[in-house]
Design a protein around this ligand. Structure first.
Ligand SMILES: Nc1ncnc2c1ncn2[C@@H]1O[C@H](COP(=O)(O)OP(=O)(O)OP(=O)(O)O)[C@@H](O)[C@H]1O
Ligand SMILES: [Mg+2]
Length: 258
């Protein structure tokens, strides 16, 4: 179950992030990396963050705890920065936050060694999620207490920006895997596939997709929240069933670079 917290304090912007995330404090006393529904990609980025993060967690990766973060309407009225005030105003209601890993540093493949098993499992995950945000320039992985943590799945599942042909997109290879920061180390993709695929049964996928808040699904396409959740579940189920397609693409892309 995903917890819900109340945001009590905007601490500071996370300057690196393209979606204007911030460090914020909540009523449970913890600090969070807060992702706003009012930011550029709107609630779709939060849906991708939630589904991507929770799938990664089920697969055994380290992912900071994800919570729903409620922003009060009055929150931020005293915020002096106008841009931040606008963002807070546009984000009233449920947002998403990740437990803040204080003191974590960005994973750098030159500095941080990674074994073929872990690299292969992460590449497999990102091919499944169609996550374009795990590149050399922006690894979206953190080292914290000498362990690797995955963050930022907000750019995953990009099919949802264009619902029309989702069945077709579900079974497509993920050609952007060629830019994945860990592809050179991902020598054990088939092992990763047989290890991970079995964990993602239809009931696991349904349990995860059901957690998407209805208020994030009130989109312009005129799809009802319950139907949209079914599309996310079916997209993922079809993609898992057809995973051989993206594994092959990743192996081919890897042969071209090593
Ligand atoms: N849970 C966390 N703990 C510690 N630091 C974090 C956490 N989440 C994010 N950060 C830091 O904030 C930065 C921006 O966060 P994140 O990557 O989630 O935002 P984004 O707007 O989606 O970024 P991008 O520019 O990659 O699209 C990260 O690169 C990382 O340095
Ligand atoms: Mg990022």
């Amino acid at each position: 179950m995903i917890r819900t917290v109340q945001v009590t304090r905007y601490v500071t912007p996370l300057r690196e992030g393209g979606s204007l995330p911030a460090i914020a404090e909540a009523d449970d006393g913890f600090l969070y990396a807060l992702k706003f529904r009012g930011a550029g990609q709107g609630s779709k980025a939060l849906i991708a963050e939630l589904l991507g993060g929770e799938i990664a967690r089920i697969l055994g990766f380290r992912v900071p705890e994800i919570v729903f973060a409620e922003l009060d309407e009055a929150f931020g009225r005293t915020e002096p920065d106008e841009e931040i005030q606008d963002l807070l105003r546009a984000s009233t209601g449920l947002n998403l936050a990740l437990h803040y890993l204080s003191g974590a540093i960005t994973f750098d493949p030159v500095v941080n060694k990674i074994d073929a098993d872990l690299a292969s499992r992460i590449v497999w995950l990102d091919c499944l999620l169609t996550n374009v945000d795990r590149t050399v320039r922006n690894t979206n992985m953190l080292m914290w207490h000498k362990e690797l943590w995955l963050i930022d799945h907000g750019a995953s599942l990009y099919f949802h920006h264009n619902w029309d042909n989702w069945q077709e997109q579900a079974v497509k290879p993920f050609v952007q895997v060629k830019d994945h920061v860990l592809l050179p180390w991902a020598a054990r993709l088939e092992d990763a596939e047989s290890e991970l695929k079995v964990k993602l049964t239809d009931s696991v996928i349904q349990r995860i997709t059901e957690q998407v808040p209805d208020e994030w699904l009130n989109n312009k396409e005129g799809v009802l929240p319950a139907d949209a959740k079914k599309v996310y579940a079916q997209f993922l189920e079809m993609r898992i069933a057809a995973s051989g397609v993206f594994v092959k693409e990743a192996q081919d892309a890897r042969k071209r670079i090593i």
